[in-house]
Design a protein around this ligand. Structure first.
Ligand code: ADP
Ligand code: MG
Length: 698
């Protein structure tokens, strides 16, 4: 039997294949491009393209595509075949360096937020050699960036790569100051833990809300939800186990290190975690993982729901973005060291993150803002919309000691004099987890837990990289000028703690008192919804930082803000339309039909004997009639609001109207429909209920 190591990465043009198929000159020069951003030579590109094509054809590929991540949130690809006519009437398979490096997809159908109109109509894709090419469905997929001819980014990869370059540059400046002359690059690394639900395809097909919106727009809570907490880490059902097994094989072939899988808190909810890799590769692989999950589910008669909140009242799905920074020599810069000197460096990087998260809380919030994620964040669920950092008690105590310049008492009660040379041995323990924190330090990495399950992780990571690069830049500017490095280092750390300690919070993030304290005492942002936060992308401090570091141009930021809000509006409008249709054509008729059947029963009873009791029938028909009237009125009200909302010009204004007027109307309609569900006999209800969906997979 074939073992995992036989097929792991078999569909990836990875380092093993490159070493085996490229000449050593070509290999070395490609490595330089990958690791040190040295521009690629055309002769090298030709050689790589030829090797890639031969390898791909040998693995059954007939086509290639420039695989990219437009601002729609999903990946895009347009297939071209390798074939080219040969003089003898046959074909040869061709793929040139030029075709590898640059492509020209029809850009007009992707959102650009007005960029292409102001520049040029066309866009182009450019090979990203730092993420491996792979074969999917007989197509060689070349990861690419997508830009306009004015070089404005039209995708999520370009700013991510720019943010990684900014972080690399600033982190290297810091390392040099600590005497590190050998590190050639610093990169951010990410391991995204992906949550999802599985439901049967049969039931999915019967729910138009799931088909249109990916989430249920109606549905009352089942008697058994997640109260028992028996699903978390519980035994995996055979149907799910078969899906996971199949999924692992597909992911492993694509070189994705799917590592752990388990049930999550809610029934039918599961999680998959890969082993971490560079932020760029992790982003590509996570997009691919989401796609493969849906494909594999279909093979098992299942549907994989990636929506942030498929079921009201049941835990939603997120994506924990585990993030760290490390050198090309494998040194994790967020890992406490053994010596005081190493610890000083660690503390400086730690402070850079603290400062970054405090100064750019709003950017992190925005990076995960979508209509779907609004149902989790700021809606009494994990985590809150307020960004804060969990450090754990011990590390917090170390920082407090530095801030107040008082001796630090460690757990062993030894008192240490402070100063960079005599920093305490820092806690390495990662066990004290606080699941309620949106941004938790877990020993040698930060776990950003606000990311939605369907979000691309490109956005949170580009914002995180950029914000941290901005802290490091400020530090490097100060430290490079200092006469006394050690003293300045100490002061930089102390100043950061003084200025930014308000962002550190080790308590329960779900507590209402925290939200009060965070917003009233600490002045932290609490942007509950996408329309609340997105316009702040264009706040001066954010534009200055992102443009200053070369991560975005101002035009790109404007276009992104526009696109994000437009997407929000479209999503909610589609959901509201679907609710009108479902309430009117499925739910209201079911209520009427059931009421009429109950009324008939009463009439039949009366015909049989005038004195037979009919109180239940009478009461029920009254209730059902009142509900059907309310449904009808609320559908009409929602429809009217839909009309006025559609008339509003401008994404900022329209999204605000949706938040303030339209969403409350959808909630009102939902309440009466869900109440009807609890009264109408099951056989009259037009689609599977939460109970059916959540406990339907065997
Ligand atoms: P958990 O948080 O569930 O206890 P782990 O801490 O083992 O599990 O890892 C969770 C995720 O974090 C995995 O995807 C893992 O690869 C990733 N991860 C672990 N170490 C790092 C690191 N240094 N940088 C980035 N991600 C990491
Ligand atoms: Mg975790």
């Amino acid at each position: 039997m074939e073992t995992v190591s036989d097929y792991f990465g078999s569909m990836v043009f990875d380092d093993r294949v490159m070493r085996a198929t490229l000449s050593s000159e070509v290999y070395d020069s490609l490595q330089k491009t990958m690791n040190e951003n040295v521009p690629l030579d055309m002769s090298v590109a030709n050689a790589v393209a030829a090797a890639m094509k031969d390898w791909a054809v040998a693995h059954g590929a007939t086509h290639y595509t420039h695989w990219f991540q437009p601002l729609t949130g999903v990946t895009a690809e347009k297939h071209d075949s390798f074939i080219s006519p040969s003089p003898d009437g046959g074909v040869i398979m061709e793929f040139s360096g030029k075709e590898l490096i640059q492509g020209e997809p029809d850009a007009s159908s992707f959102p650009s937020g007005g960029i292409r109109a102001t520049f040029e109509a066309r866009g182009y894709t450019a090979w990203d050699p730092t993420s491996y090419a792979f074969i999917k469905d007989k197509v060689l997929c070349v990861p690419t960036a997508f830009c306009s001819y004015g070089a404005e980014a039209l995708d999520k990869k370009t700013p991510l790569l720019r943010s990684m370059a900014a972080l690399n540059k600033q982190a290297l400046r810091i390392l040099r100051l600590f005497g590190n002359t050998t590190a050639k690059a610093v990169r951010s690394y990410v391991g995204p833990e992906q949550e999802y639900f599985l439901v049967t395809k049969e039931m999915f097909d019967k729910r138009p809300d799931l088909r249109y919106a990916g989430r249920t727009l109606f549905g009352s809570k089942p008697p058994k939800g997640q109260q028992m907490e028996d699903h978390y880490f519980g035994a995996i059902k055979p149907g799910v186990a078969a899906f996971m097994e199949d999924l692992n094989v597909e992911l492993w072939k694509l070189g994705i290190l799917a590592k752990t899988e388990h049930n999550e808190v809610a029934p039918a909810q599961h999680e998959l975690a890969p082993i971490y890799t560079s932020a760029n590769m992790a982003t590509d692989q996570n997009q691919l993982t989401m796609e493969i999950m849906q494909k594999v589910a279909a093979r098992h008669g299942l549907v994989c729901l990636l929506h942030e909140k498929p079921f009201a009242g049941v835990n939603g799905s997120g994506k924990h973005n585990n993030w760290s920074i490390a050198t090309d020599q494998g040194v994790n810069l967020l890992s406490p060291g053994e010596t005081p000197y190493e610890n000083a460096q660690f503390l400086l990087f730690l402070c850079a993150v603290i400062k970054a998260v405090d100064e750019y809380q709003d950017l992190l919030r925005m990076a995960v803002a979508t209509a779907g994620n609004d149902w989790r964040l700021g809606a009494n669920e994990a985590p809150p919309a307020v960004v804060s950092i969990f450090l754990g008690d011990e590390l917090t105590a170390v920082l407090e000691a530095i801030e107040t310049e008082t001796p630090y008492k460690s757990a062993e009660k030894t008192t240490l004099k402070l100063g960079v040379d005599v920093l305490p041995k820092l806690p390495r323990d990662a066990t004290d987890r606080n699941r309620t924190s949106p941004f938790a330090f877990t020993g040698n990495k930060f776990e950003f837990r606000m990311v939605g399950s369907s979000n691309s992780i490109a956005c949170p990571n580009m914002m995180l990289n950029a914000a941290v690069a901005s802290s490091l830049k400020e530090y490097a500017d100060r430290l490079e000028k200092a006469d006394d490095f050690k003293k300045e280092l100490h002061d930089v750390i102390r100043d950061t703690i003084r200025e930014h300690k308000r962002i550190i919070f080790n308590g329960n993030g779900y507590d209402d008192s925290w939200i009060k304290e965070a917003t009233e005492k600490r002045g932290l942002f609490n942007y509950r919804t996408t329309p609340d936060c997105m316009p702040h992308l264009l706040d001066k401090k954010n534009v200055d930082m992102l443009v200053g570091l070369g991560v975005f141009s101002e035009t790109e930021l404007r276009s992104r803000c526009e696109i994000m809000l437009e997407t929000y509006c479209k999503t909610v409008l589609i959901e509201a339309d679907a609710m009108v249709e479902i309430a009117r054509t499925m739910i209201a008729p079911a209520v009427l039909e059931y009421a009429s059947s109950v009324a008939r029963t009463a009439a039949e009873k009366k015909a049989l004997a005038a004195d037979l009791p009919c109180a239940m029938e009478t009461e029920l028909v009254k209730k059902l009639s009142s509900l059907s009237d309310q449904i009808s009125r609320r559908v009409d009200a929602l429809e009217e609001t839909l009309v006025t909302t559609r008339q509003i010009d401008g994404a900022v204004e329209q999204s605000a109207q949706i938040r303030d007027e339209l969403l409350p109307k959808t909630n009102e309609l939902r309440i009466v429909c869900d109440e009807a569900e609890t009264l109408v006999a099951k056989k009259y209800w037009p689609f599977p209920t939460y109970g059916d969906l959540l406990f339907g997979v065997r």
